[in-house]
Design a protein around this ligand. Structure first.
Ligand SMILES: [Mg+2]
Length: 361
């Protein structure tokens, strides 16, 4: 009897809580605020960043690994009012905010903006330090996703994520398998001054914007077969790769600037930085982009030359590549790099097949 009673009072309690929640939500929505509202996911270009890519939490992570969760949380609480240092994704996120300012000026009522979701599996207590840091740097990040150690895929889908940036290559790999553009971020070895008025995004071609179908031929049959193959299939567009949709989303926002006669002053610039050579295998990638109706502002064909020195000149806020040796070369020279763990390149290191998981000799 008492059990039934407590059940029914629990359900009254639940109903009341639901009512309160609804009232609070309505009140919040009616609040007049000068702060811009986050756009709806179906209109926005949603970028999900992990707390460890937005902020540099290397020292804090070390405390967690060496001394455990309790000490880590205690440390974060103690340093709550001290802002975290910027991480690898910070300049990129900051540049997105600047683009939003420009978009809001040109289109005050449009929700076609960048929206940032902070993904974290941090303890709720650490959330306060994250919020304080976000406010300190004047970032507009209203959506927090506390994943509690679970896979972020469900959340990424719910937020209709256009790009997911993390330090955890396993989660990134899972996202790519689910068709979400994603990359593992690396801090550059040296600091580079980046443009504060223009976002620059550099993409590798094969296994990043495009599928790895041509890369498979390079790896398995060598360069001559590859050149022949690309000539033969010059007019057959390549299949899309994991980052194609993100280039598409950038293009959608670029066109909003063009429509207002701001092409020369567009705050988004995209680069293709590929190891392909222009004469023998460049046409197919340009024709593929054209067949997709996508523009890239600059296409750079390096014909096998290292990418690092060229990227040093471009100074992108983010550079995507599927091959770790390009990432390493880029970050050594100060480029913020993001690894896309996709395609046949993952089985190779500097052109050599990795037979077994790397063993220490
Ligand atoms: Mg590639």
């Amino acid at each position: 009897m008492s059990e039934i009673k407590s059940k029914s009072s629990a359900s009254t309690e639940e109903k009341r809580a639901e009512k309160d929640w609804h009232a609070a939500k309505t009140a919040f929505e009616n609040l007049k605020s000068n702060k811009p509202r986050p756009p709806k996911p179906q209109h926005a270009v949603t970028i999900a960043v992990s707390s460890r890519t937005l902020f540099n939490m290397v020292d804090e992570r070390k405390i967690y690994e060496d001394d455990g969760l309790e000490k880590y949380v205690a440390y974060q609480l103690e340093h709550e009012s001290e802002p975290l240092k910027p991480g690898a994704a910070f300049p990129f996120v900051k540049a997105l905010m600047n683009i939003n300012v420009r978009l809001r000026e040109l289109y005050p009522d449009s929700e076609e903006l960048f929206d940032i979701v902070l993904m974290t599996n941090n303890h709720a207590q650490v959330g306060v330090r994250l919020i304080n840091s976000i406010n300190h740097y004047d970032l507009t990040i209203e959506r927090f996703c506390m994943t509690g150690g679970k896979s972020p895929i469900g959340y990424l889908k719910a937020y209709m994520t256009n790009l997911y940036l993390s330090k955890d290559s396993e989660k990134v790999g899972e996202a790519i398998e689910e068709g979400i553009a994603a990359a593992t971020m690396f801090m550059p070895d040296t600091e580079t001054q980046l443009s504060s008025t223009q976002l620059r995004v550099a993409f590798d071609g094969d296994a990043v914007l495009f599928s790895d179908e041509s890369e498979v031929i390079v790896k398995e049959k060598g360069l001559d077969s590859f050149f022949e193959h690309e000539k033969q299939f010059e007019n057959k567009p390549l299949a899309q790769g994991p980052l194609k949709c993100f280039l598409e989303a950038l293009g959608k926002l670029q066109r909003k600037f063009y429509a207002k006669n701001e092409r020369l002053n567009c705050p988004i610039r995209t680069y293709l930085v590929t190891a392909r050579s222009a004469a023998s295998s460049g046409a197919r990638v340009l024709k593929t982009l054209r067949s997709w109706g996508l523009e890239i502002d600059e296409a750079l064909f390096l014909a096998g030359a290292p990418k690092g020195p060229l990227l040093q000149k471009i100074r992108p806020h983010i550079f995507f590549d599927d091959q770790m040796f390009h990432i390493e070369g880029a970050k050594e020279l100060g480029t913020i790099s993001a690894h896309v763990p996709y395609g046949i390149g993952q089985k190779y290191n500097k052109g050599k097949l990795i037979e077994q998981p790397a063993k220490k000799e």
